[in-house]
Design a protein around this ligand. Structure first.
Ligand code: FES
Ligand SMILES: [Fe+2]
Length: 406
C-alpha cells in the first residue's frame, strides 16, 4: 500500500514573490485577519483526552475570544464561550482544571451545569425569572475529528475538518489519534513577531539543510512538501539511511522500536499536516503533536503546542519520545531566531521582497491562500487609512470562494 504518494508542487517564475511588507504591520489588516481567519476558521482547542473525566475542562483564548471545552456528566465533550451570562466574566479562572458538579463563576457565583445550562443564581429573587437554557453558557460550534476538538467562533464556508482531511484518511487512520493521551499538556510561548512571519519560516523545508542540522541529520535527504487541497498541506521526512552524526538523532533512530499500529512505510517518517490558517499537526511513529500560532498584536504572537502519545510503557519508547522532543526543541529554538529575523526584515528599508525557490512553494501556496481569503493582501501598496476592511470586503465579493473551488 502506498499511502505516501502525492504531487510535489513547482513554481512558475511569476509566482516567486511573497506578500508585500505592509501586510506584516498594518493594524487594520490585523483586525480583518482576526475576523476572517481566526474567528471563521476551525481552531484546534484540545484533544478529548485533555478532559478525560466529567467536569474536566480546557480553555482556549484566541483573538479576544474565549472557549471552554468541558466534559459533561453524560461523558459528552462540549464547547462553550467562556463568558458568564451574568456580566461576562470567565466562568473558570484557570486554563485547565476540574469542576465538581457545576461550573461556578468566580465573579458573583452564578453556577452552570456541565451541559452549560444555568443551575443556580445567588440572591435569585433579585432577578426576573431566568431560563436555564436561554441563560446558560453560549454554545460554541465544535467538531471532534479523530479525538481532536476544533472550535469555530463564527460560521463560515470552510468545510468541516473531516471533509478537509478526507483524502488523507488512508494515512491518518493508522495513527489511532482517538486513543492518544496528553504527553506534555497544552503549553504556550510568546514570540515578538507578526504571526505571518512564523508561517513563512514554517511553510518550507529549503532551510532545513542549513538551519536545522539535527533535523537534516534525521531526514534531510528525503524531505518533501505537498499541496493536498486548498487549506491543507503535508510535509514529510523519511529518515536518512546510515549513521547519523547528532547524538539525539543517532540515538533516536537506534532506540525507536517498531510500532505495531503502523504499517512498514510509516515506521520511519515524520509527517506534518498544515491546516489553514495556523495549525500544524505532527504525526511521528511514537508521538503526536500540534502547534498553532495566533496574533495578540502586530508584533506579538502566541505559539500554542502540545504532544500526545498512545499508551506504551516500553523503555525504548520512553527514550525515543524524549529524544524526539529534544530534536524538536533544538529545531524550535533555531526557527525562533529565523522567525525574528524574517519579521525584522519586513521593517527594513533594505528588504526588497522575497525570491522563492521551488522548494519554498509551500510559502507561495500559503500566501496565495491568504490572497484568496484576504484579497486586500494582493495590493503592493498599503491602502489608505480606514479603508482596509471595506476594500477587502469588496475585493472578496469579486473573488471565487476558495473553499468551493477545489
Ligand atoms: S459575571 Fe458571572 S456571576 Fe456575575
Ligand atoms: Fe524550520
Amino acid at each position: 500500500m502506498n499511502v505516501i504518494a502525492n504531487v510535489v508542487p513547482t513554481l512558475t517564475d511569476d509566482r516567486r514573490a511573497g506578500l508585500p511588507s505592509w501586510t506584516y504591520f498594518n493594524q487594520e489588516l490585523l483586525e480583518v485577519e482576526k475576523q476572517e481567519l481566526f474567528r471563521k476558521c476551525w481552531q484546534l482547542a484540545c484533544h478529548v483526552s485533555d478532559v478525560p473525566m466529567p467536569g474536566d475542562y480546557q480553555c482556549f483564548d484566541i483573538v479576544g475570544e474565549r472557549a471552554i471545552i468541558v466534559r459533561g456528566k453524560d461523558d459528552k465533550v462540549r464547547a462553550f464561550h467562556n463568558v458568564c451570562r451574568h456580566r461576562g466574566s470567565r466562568v473558570v479562572a484557570e486554563q485547565k482544571g476540574r469542576c465538581k458538579s457545576a461550573i461556578v463563576c468566580p465573579f458573583h457565583g452564578w453556577s452552570f451545569n456541565l451541559d452549560g445550562t444555568l443551575r443556580a443564581v445567588p440572591q435569585a429573587k433579585t432577578f426576573p425569572k431566568l431560563d436555564p437554557v436561554q441563560h446558560g453558557l453560549v454554545p460554541l460550534e465544535f467538531e471532534i475529528w479523530h479525538g481532536f476538538v476544533f472550535v469555530r467562533f463564527i460560521k463560515s464556508d470552510q468545510p468541516s475538518v473531516a471533509t478537509l482531511m478526507a483524502a488523507q484518511e488512508g494515512l491518518i487512520r493508522h495513527y489511532r489519534l482517538e486513543d492518544v493521551k496528553p504527553y506534555t499538556g497544552v503549553k504556550c510561548q510568546d514570540l515578538p513577531v507578526n504571526w505571518k512571519a512564523v508561517r513563512d519560516v514554517d511553510n518550507e523545508g529549503y532551510h532545513v539543510p542549513v538551519a536545522h542540522p539535527a533535523l537534516n541529520d534525521l531526514y534531510g535527504s528525503h524531505y518533501f512538501d505537498f499541496a493536498v487541497r486548498f487549506g491543507v498541506s503535508r510535509s514529510e521526512g523519511q529518515f536518512n539511511e546510515g549513521q547519523s552524526r547528532y547524538w539525539s538523532v543517532k540515538n533516536y533512530k537506534k532506540v525507536l522500536p517498531p510500532m505495531k499500529h503502523l504499517p512498514e512505510e510509516l515506521q520511519k517518517t515524520w509527517f506534518y499536516y498544515g491546516l489553514f490558517p495556523n495549525l500544524v499537526l505532527m504525526l511521528y511513529p511514537d508521538l503526536i503533536g500540534f502547534y498553532q500560532e495566533y496574533p495578540v498584536a502586530i508584533d506579538k504572537t502566541v505559539q500554542r503546542f502540545a504532544y500526545y502519545a498512545l499508551d506504551d510503557d516500553r523503555r525504548e519508547v520512553r527514550a525515543s519520545r524524549y529524544l524526539a522532543r529534544r530534536i524538536d526543541e533544538i529545531t524550535g529554538a533555531e526557527d525562533t531566531q529565523l522567525i525574528i529575523w524574517s519579521w525584522e526584515s519586513m521593517q527594513s528599508s533594505g528588504f526588497k521582497g522575497m525570491i522563492l525557490s521551488d522548494l519554498e512553494a509551500g510559502v507561495r501556496n500559503y500566501h496565495d491562500a491568504l490572497r484568496q481569503v484576504l484579497p486586500v493582501t494582493s495590493l503592493d501598496r498599503q491602502p489608505s487609512e480606514g479603508t482596509v476592511a471595506t476594500l477587502n470586503a469588496s475585493l472578496r465579493q469579486a473573488t471565487p470562494n476558495p473553499w468551493r473551488t477545489d
